[in-house]
Design a protein around this ligand. Structure first.
Ligand code: IPE
Ligand code: IPE
Ligand code: MG
Length: 249
């Protein structure tokens, strides 16, 4: 007999440990309001701050967000400069608030193209929060999934390995010490990965919503998690092979 999952699993075990988000739709949010695109990014930062809070309250352990892709340098210079300014501001202000709440902040990506202030801001934010034990927020900035796999492979070459294994690549990725994402969310209506976490998303549950990122609130997060909880994660097995409490439907 199959027992309904809600009867057997305590609430918290159905919460994804690791949520990865492509925060998309800032520009369209602004456009709809006849505002400059950058106002959408400003609102998007507020949405991120709320998201961090709601994820922590729910018991999510890792939140990884795509803030700036390796391809986003192609945007108009004004917009790129504004985004860099916002990033620096967040590293100083929001990070302090996160530290007060025992949260850890990490940045993944190719830091070499950032200016010195941002690089220092990243280092300070990471060292300030390194010892915290609450939610880990990882910000992907000048990040690309292909870049990540290549940097892992290059590290392995530098170590002089004779063979590259799946386990070794996983360990050398930027998120090598975190569990793989359980739930992937993309806002803004597009249904693509845009070179985000390619290797790590092999078995993530995908969730796409038309909601624009600045509008993504607590109710929107709850809807995504509710969808996640209905999924049956089989990892290649049949439904019948799963423990009763993991079977759905
Ligand atoms: C996502 O919003 C934020 C970044 C890529 C920095 P967009 O700026 O891509 O918003 P849309 O897709 O143009 O609406
Ligand atoms: C992906 O969004 C990157 C971030 C949200 C930072 P984009 O808006 O850049 O993606 P594309 O260009 O529509 O694929
Ligand atoms: Mg976009």
């Amino acid at each position: 007999m199959k027992i309904s999952s809600t009867q057997t699993i305590p609430e918290h075990t159905q919460i994804p440990r690791h949520v990865a988000v492509i925060m998309d739709g800032n520009g369209r949010w602004a456009k709809k309001r006849f505002l400059p695109r950058v106002m959408g990014h400003k609102k998007g930062l507020d949405a991120l701050e709320n998201m961090v809070k709601h994820c922590a309250e729910m018991g999510v352990e890792y939140l990884t967000v795509f803030a700036f892709s390796t391809e986003n340098w192609r945007r108009p210079q004004d917009e790129v400069s504004f985004l860099m300014g916002l990033f620096l501001q967040a590293l100083q202000k929001q990070v302090r608030r996160m530290h007060e709440n025992n949260m850890r902040v990490r940045v993944i990506g190719n830091r070499s193209r950032f200016n010195d202030d941002i690089r220092k801001g990243i280092e300070d934010a990471e060292s300030l929060t390194a010892g915290n034990t609450g939610l880990t927020l990882t910000v992907a900035a000048d990040y690309g999934g292909r870049w990540d796999i290549l940097q892992a492979a290059n590290k392995l070459l530098a170590e002089g390995v004779s063979e590259i294994t799946e386990e070794a690549v996983t360990r050398h990725l930027m998120l090598g010490d975190a569990p793989e994402p359980d739930l992937f969310i993309r806002t803004g209506g597009e249904t693509r990965i845009s070179n985000f976490l390619l290797w790590q998303m092999a078995y993530a549950e995908l969730y796409f919503t038309d909601t624009l990122w600045p509008d993504f609130d607590k109710a929107a997060l709850e809807a995504a998690v509710a969808s996640f909880r209905k999924r049956e994660r089989r990892f290649g097995r049949t439904s019948e092979q799963l423990p009763a409490e993991q079977q759905r439907g």
